[in-house]
Design a binder for this molecule. Structure first.
Ligand SMILES: Nc1ncnc2c1ncn2[C@@H]1O[C@H](COP(=O)(O)OP(=O)(O)OP(=O)(O)O)[C@@H](O)[C@H]1O
Ligand SMILES: [Mg+2]
Length: 502
């Protein structure tokens, strides 16, 4: 059965071969589909990339060589290839199934990312490339759709070496009059069809850095050939054009990656990583300095002081005291305001009002639309920032999802657990036994995650945590055990300390 025939068959699950069962479509690329599949022999879920059949024998043998090399790449930021082969004239690769989002989806609406997110993503990709290069493998197709991000901030690079097959395939396709693939991330030497080395991957990663920073590609065009020509001939606009305020060190770094001649870029990935750390450290330092100087400027007192001195000189001695007091009063006020500004956090840090909250159990994904967070399990007793959370008997690990109206800095989470029924406790009257979660996992929509081990105590506790910024958090009360399996479980009171950032 050809791929086309197979893709028309939209029913799932369905067999692919005696070893794989297709469970659904994960995505589609230029050369075929990627399926979520089950490896029947090992009973595990994999991503199965199926390339449409090629009659070109050279492509097939090259593909097998490349896939063999990919199998050897065992690195925390590289999607692992478990198996590859040919089944009924279709080449396939079985690889780690990554639960998350492709960077291309994140960037889809011309999104500019925070520099902290850019640093997190680019660094992991750079480490993956450093490792591959050390094994003599150049990726040749570093682009956002080949980068996957997971909810716990892990970044994976995939599709090593496949581009070679594509290039061979394109030679064939171009001969038959079909167009070539999208060259948005291709280095000038790749566009020209020259030899491609490590520095070509550096260029492609530079294009991705540019796109994450500017929400925009350095070179665009309506035809692939037009874009390819620009990569070869044109200078990219400075990142500041699209993102004013881009730290100079980062802008310079990106432009160095995008140099036309490979030898003008970073020598290798190690060099890239050194430059990268340097650029981001300098950016942090510059931001810190400019924030400090903003505060200093707000507290500048030189003008009023001079005025006061001049006025005082003109007055007879007996009136000076009165005038001094009058002039000093606004100065003292300004000084007080400046002091308050310097202590901004303590001024605005407070207990956050109850954000909207939903409850669920063992929800593992932030993907929207999974009919998430049924609210019928929630009992809001109007206790300001407290929520009572009831789960059906024997449910595990309740998850509270909280949405804030705007970006919020959360500095501390207080949680009350494990207190028991007492006659005068209206909450306890309703649920006799409260269960104790042993861990608290905080996940934010933006991908931040931390697990906190809770003390086995009753009442409110404020475990140590790293502050974070978010507009939506999930708090997963992990390893909750049922004290009495016949009773509703897991009721917690949650208090949040922080401040709204907008
Ligand atoms: N290992 C994987 N785990 C989960 N999803 C994956 C995996 N590999 C690919 N995908 C999904 O499938 C999509 C298509 O991937 P694919 O490599 O076929 O296409 P592409 O990278 O857009 O194009 P190209 O044909 O140029 O490689 C990805 O964007 C991603 O969403
Ligand atoms: Mg791909």
């Amino acid at each position: 059965m050809t791929l086309k025939a197979k893709s028309q068959d939209s029913s799932f699950p369905r067999p692919f071969s005696e070893n794989y069962e297709l469970l659904g479509v994960l995505g589609q690329g230029g050369m075929g589909h990627v399926y979520k599949a089950k490896d029947i022999r090992l009973d595990r879920i994999v991503a199965l990339k199926v390339l449409e059949s090629t009659s070109n024998q050279e492509s097939i043998s090259r593909f097998k060589l490349e896939a063999q090399a990919m199998k050897e790449l065992d690195h925390q930021n590289i999607v692992h290839v478990f198996d590859f082969g040919e089944h009924k004239k279709e080449l396939f690769i079985a690889m780690t199934y990554v639960e998350g989002k492709a960077l291309s989806d994140v960037l889809r609406n011309k999104s500019k990312l925070d520099f902290s997110a850019i640093e997190l993503i680019a660094k992991q990709i750079a480490r993956a490339l450093l490792f591959a290069h050390s094994k003599g493998i150049v990726h040749r197709d570093v682009k956002p759709s080949n980068i996957m991000l997971t909810h716990d901030n892990r970044v994976y690079l995939m599709d090593f070496g496949i581009s070679y097959v594509r290039e061979k395939e394109q030679e064939r396709l171009t001969m038959t009059g079909m167009t070539m693939g999208t060259p948005e991330y291709m280095s000038p030497e790749q566009c020209r069809g020259d030899t491609v080395g490590e520095q070509s991957d550096i260029y492609s990663l530079g294009v991705i850095l540019y796109e994450m920073t500017c929400g925009q590609l350095p070179f665009t065009g309506s035809k692939p050939i037009e874009i390819a020509m620009k990569h070869v001939q044109e200078q990219p606009p400075a990142p500041e054009t699209f993102r004013p305020g881009t730290p100079a060190s980062i802008s310079k770094f990106i432009l160095k990656c995008l140099q036309k001649k490979p030898e003008d870029r970073f020598k290798n990935m190690e060099d890239f990583l050194d430059g990268f750390d340097d650029a981001f450290n300098k950016a942090r330092e510059a931001t810190r300095k400019s924030q400090a100087s903003k505060i200093r400027n707000r507290t500048l007192l030189s003008q009023p002081q001079k005025l006061a001195e001049n006025v005082l000189k003109l007055l007879p001695i007996q009136k000076r005291l009165v005038v001094s007091c009058l002039l000093l009063f606004p100065l003292i006020m300004i000084l007080l305001i400046a002091l308050m500004l310097l202590h901004k956090p303590s001024r605005t840090l407070r207990e956050l009002p109850a954000p909207s909250i939903h409850g669920n159990f063992e929800q593992t994904s932030f993907e929207p639309g999974i009919d998430d967070y049924p609210t019928e399990n929630i009992f809001d007793e109007n206790i300001q920032t407290a929520w009572l959370f009831k789960a059906p008997t024997n449910s595990k690990n309740p998850i509270l999802t909280m949405n804030f109206d705007s970006e919020t800095l959360v500095t501390s989470i207080g949680i009350a657990i494990g207190y028991q029924k007492s006659e005068d406790d209206p909450i306890g009257n309703r649920y006799s036994i409260f269960n104790k979660p042993k861990t608290l996992t905080i996940r934010t929509k933006e991908g931040f995650k931390q697990e906190i081990v809770l003390d086995d105590i009753r009442g409110m506790q404020y475990p140590k945590m790293v502050p974070f910024e978010t507009s939506e958090i999930q708090i997963l009360l992990g390893k909750t055990y049922t004290v009495d399996a016949t009773k509703p479980i897991a009721i917690s009171e949650v208090r949040l300390l922080g401040m709204n950032l907008k």
